[in-house]
Design a protein around this ligand. Structure first.
Ligand code: DC
Length: 203
């Protein structure tokens, strides 16, 4: 049985945490599609041409341990605006989405472009200030030197680029359930997502 759950939203809204918990709850496989763009971004920072980097992406490229670095996130957001880069990554994502046993994909355009027919769609969001504060605390706990102002500027810059690009801009699908996590705990956000998927599944 194939069953696709699309989870989209801006950086640091809690998408990754919600997606992992939803996948574990339903026993589905999970793909963080941001890692594909981050892996392409990391190759570009190493001097590879963006489209070539996307076309030659290998599974092992997703295991690099520098993919969470802020400069890689910015590079990912830049390569993600290129139509040819996005096109090179479509087939892999669609095949993953339709694997038997069910799949959760999280990203920016899963419900709108990659899997418009997904059985369930969730859009996880939160205010830029709340997202920046969460990312700041995460960065500090990992020992990265940064400031609240720098993290907020980074979040806003990526939001603007991801939402304003011509190719597959970040926006909720018309039939997505929107969950604003600004005032929710992680447990509440996960519970709302699972309830929304179960409601959709029964409908
Ligand atoms: O989710 P993330 O922060 O790891 O994503 C990194 C960048 O990749 C993000 O700024 C936009 C881009 N991205 C995208 O354009 N489409 C996706 N499905 C996932 C990520």
């Amino acid at each position: 049985m194939a069953f696709t759950i699309a989870i989209d939203g801006p950086a640091a809204a809690g998408k990754g945490t919600v997606s992992k918990a939803v996948a574990a709850h339903f026993g589905f496989a999970h793909l963080d599609t941001g890692l594909l763009y981050r892996a392409v971004g990391a190759k570009v920072l190493a001097g590879v041409e963006p489209v070539e980097a996307a076309k030659s992406l290998l599974a092992q490229d997703l295991e690099r341990n520098d993919l969470r670095a802020p400069e890689v996130a910015q590079a990912a957001s830049k390569v993600a605006a290129l139509g040819e880069v996005r096109a090179a990554l479509v087939d892999f994502q669609r095949a993953f989405a339709r694997r038997s046993g069910g799949a959760v994909l999280d990203g920016r355009d899963i419900g709108t472009v990659i899997c418009p027919d997904a059985e369930a769609k969730i859009f996880v969001t939160a205010s830029a200030e709340v997202r920046a504060e969460r990312r700041y605390l995460e960065d500090v706990s990992k020992g990265h030197e940064t400031s609240r102002e720098a993290v907020l500027a980074d979040v806003k810059e990526r939001d603007a680029r991801d939402m304003e690009r011509a190719e597959a801009p970040l926006k909720p699908a018309a039939d997505a359930v929107v969950i604003d996590t600004s005032t929710l705990s992680i447990e509440e956000a996960i519970a709302q997502a699972i309830a929304a998927i179960e409601a959709r599944h029964k409908a």
